[in-house]
Design a binder for this molecule. Structure first.
Ligand code: C5P
Length: 327
């Protein structure tokens, strides 16, 4: 076996974005976290993480692409640090810590957008660091590390479509979609939304309109996917799915401009507009990647022509992608 510290080629991991097709808040735990039921799928849109041995004795992180604030706050460095501690016992049979890593992160997923980019980067870092060190951890230990880093991290560590419960740590893998992967148009207004703020507002009394409806839709979708759902059938359910996110009222309380924005987007595209996670990303489902690309061009044109209301600091992020969960 090669000494991992002497490995030349970096370890490269794609860290996909996620979409919440449904998001039901079903309760609250004594520690303040909310218990959820959500059907989540990975998208083709991904960040790219590469890890190599660090030349100067400590972990480092370079971030390119979308601005993520201070790299020291980035979950990638925390993920590498906690994975190192957990892996030390099994590393190469030696009584020392696995060596430092130089991480390079290309951000293509908008930040604080409801797409799980930071959590996905963290899952990729756990997995990539273990490979870079030639170390291994039992699946249960990896999951525990992931859950410590954030509620969405276990989903990304598992990979693939899943129903998530608890605060996110209970991940039930679902079979991927049959047939062609559905196209997804993402439109992310240029305003960051803080997940803790949205949950806090939810907890302070903002309740979903039809209590329990999102949970019923979410469980029903999970059962349908479990039985083998076709991509086309998923797209046909977009209307009911778009109304199955319990966090929407809290998100729009923070960013009221999202209401006219979503309405205008819906009128422009003639399709249901969903919200991923705590937002502000809007999703629109299409039968194919090509249909989503045509819709993206239409939205960009409308933005240029001033036919969509401005939300936040400037133009929205507009991206056509696909669901990456194959049957
Ligand atoms: O786990 P994560 O760091 O992503 O969560 C950010 C915050 O969002 C938590 O501190 C909590 O306030 C809120 N949250 C919640 N219930 C969840 C997930 C997150 O209340 N299931």
């Amino acid at each position: 076996m090669t000494d991992p510290a002497r490995r030349l080629a970096p370890i490269v991991r794609l860290a996909p974005a996620k979409l919440n097709l449904t998001l039901a808040v079903v309760g609250r735990r004594p520690d303040g976290f909310h218990t959820l039921h959500s059907v989540m799928v990975p998208l083709r849109l991904s960040d790219r993480l590469s890890l190599s041995p660090a030349p100067d004795g400590q972990d480092s992180l370079y971030v390119g692409g979308f601005d993520t604030g201070r790299p020291a706050d980035n979950l990638v460095l925390r993920a590498i640090a906690v994975t190192r501690q957990a892996a030390r016992a099994g590393w190469f049979g030696q009584p020392r810590l696995p060596p430092p890593l130089a991480a390079r992160l290309e951000k293509r997923i908008p930040v604080a957008a409801g797409l799980g980019g930071g959590s996905s980067d963290a899952a990729a870092a756990i997995d990539g660091a273990l490979e870079a060190w030639g170390a291994d951890l039992p699946a249960g230990d990896r999951l525990a590390l992931a859950a410590r880093l954030g509620s969405d991290v276990p989903f990304f560590l598992a990979g693939g479509a899943a129903a998530i419960e608890g605060r996110g740590e209970t991940v039930t893998p679902l079979p991927g979609l049959e047939g062609d992967p559905p196209g997804v148009l993402l439109v992310t207004p240029a305003v960051g939304v803080s997940t803790p703020d949205v949950f806090a507002l939810f907890a302070s009394g903002i309740r979903p309109g039809r209590h329990g409806a999102a949970a019923a839709t979410s469980r029903h979708l999970a059962a349908e996917m479990q039985a083998g759902l076709d991509g086309g059938a998923l797209v046909a359910r977009a209307g009911v799915l778009a109304s199955a996110n319990d966090l929407v009222p809290a998100t729009t309380r923070f960013v009221p401009e999202l209401v006219p924005f979503r309405r205008a987007l819906g009128r422009l595209l003639g399709r249901p507009i969903g919200q991923s996670g705590s937002g502000p990303t809007c999703w629109v489902l299409y039968p194919s990647a090509q249909d989503a690309a045509i819709a993206a061009a239409l939205v960009r044109e409308a933005v240029q022509a001033g036919r969509l209301p401005v939300v936040g600091a400037g133009e929205p992020f507009v991206e056509a992608t696909t669901v990456e969960a194959r049957g």
